[in-house]
Design a protein around this ligand. Structure first.
Ligand SMILES: *[C@@H]1O[C@H](CO)[C@@H](O)[C@H](O)[C@H]1NC(C)=O
Ligand SMILES: *[C@@H]1O[C@H](CO)[C@@H](O)[C@H](O)[C@H]1NC(C)=O
Ligand SMILES: *[C@@H]1O[C@H](CO)[C@@H](O)[C@H](O)[C@H]1NC(C)=O
Ligand SMILES: *[C@@H]1O[C@H](CO)[C@@H](O)[C@H](O)[C@H]1NC(C)=O
Ligand SMILES: *[C@@H]1O[C@H](CO)[C@@H](O)[C@H](O)[C@H]1NC(C)=O
Ligand SMILES: *[C@@H]1O[C@H](CO)[C@@H](O)[C@H](O)[C@H]1NC(C)=O
Length: 220
């Protein structure tokens, strides 16, 4: 029996000139930002805002929201940090932990005292599907009943494929709620020895993730 663990998956892609970061809910997101001159910014000011208004993270010569500065938006309290050892390289990236759906949006990273001041825009999308979970429900010498479970927001479409990448006829997807989340499960009965994969796709996020299972049927 093969039980695949859920893994956190972050991916970076570019849409136009904005960088897009797609992460799972309840994971960590690193939003990249690098000053064009790559100069030491340890003694400088940088400011991260969400959707042009919410204060996410402000750093001014060592003073920031995690060591006494006030003004951070309630939504981000205790969840945002910078990378102190990276400041000398001009790297003003931040990490947001325990991401929520409400964190999705456009973030700007600005060096307001630096000329020319051109904020970097990073689009954060929370809700990526983690690796699906494959479970064996029943088996005989001649067949095996497999179930694949996936979640994410938007709910992914789920397909079963064989090792030749053919989409296999499976049962109708079943949607259920658990702990305030929607899950989609798709069952399939396989009758051949092969490596099968369950593929979860979120078209709107250009996100796809798969889990594999190897089936050896002694009765063949
Ligand atoms: C970076 O700047 C800080 C403060 O301005 C200074 O203390 C530090 O030595 C500098 N680091 C490097 C590697 O230049
Ligand atoms: C900036 O720092 C982050 C966190 O350490 C790192 O992941 C990223 O690669 C750095 N970016 C650059 C351009 O060095
Ligand atoms: C970011 O901004 C773009 C352009 O204004 C918009 O289409 C997109 O929906 C925004 N992203 C999020 C996650 O709100
Ligand atoms: C598998 O098929 C899909 C279309 O069904 C295609 O988009 C994808 O690139 C194929 N993958 C491989 C590894 O051939
Ligand atoms: C299944 O994958 C394993 C490696 O993970 C490979 O050794 C084996 O040949 C594959 N079997 C089939 C039927 O594709
Ligand atoms: C599953 O198999 C596909 C194709 O063989 C491979 O690209 C993918 O990395 C595998 N996924 C995992 C989680 O092993």
């Amino acid at each position: 029996m093969e039980l695949l663990p859920l893994v956190c998956l972050c991916l970076l892609s570019c849409s136009g000139d904005a960088v897009r970061v797609v992460v799972e809910q309840d994971s960590d997101a690193v939003l990249p930002c690098l000053i064009s001159t790559k100069e030491n910014i340890t003694g400088k000011l940088f400011d991260w805002k969400k959707d042009g208004q919410k204060e996410v993270f402000m750093y001014d010569a060592g003073i920031h929201y995690n060591n006494g500065r006030t003004g951070q938006d309630e939504q981000f309290k205790g969840r945002v940090s910078h990378f102190q050892d990276q400041l000398k390289n001009g790297n003003a990236s931040i990490k947001i932990t325990r991401t929520k759906m409400a964190d999705s949006g456009n973030y700007s990273c600005d060096f307001p005292r630096h000329q020319p001041s051109q904020p970097f825009i990073i689009e954060l999308v929370v809700g990526a599907a983690p690796e699906p979970y494959i479970k064996i429900l029943a088996e005989t010498k001649h067949w095996r009943l497999l179930q694949c479970e996936a979640h994410g927001d938007p709910l992914p479409t789920v397909e079963w494929k064989d090792s030749d990448n053919n989409t296999l006829p499976a049962e109708k997807p079943h949607i259920s709620e658990r702990g305030g989340r929607s899950y989609v499960t798709v069952k399939i009965t396989v009758t051949k020895t092969d490596n099968y994969s369950c593929v979860a796709t979120q078209e709107t996020l250009s996100h796809q993730v798969a889990a594999n299972t190897s089936v050896l049927l002694a009765g063949e």
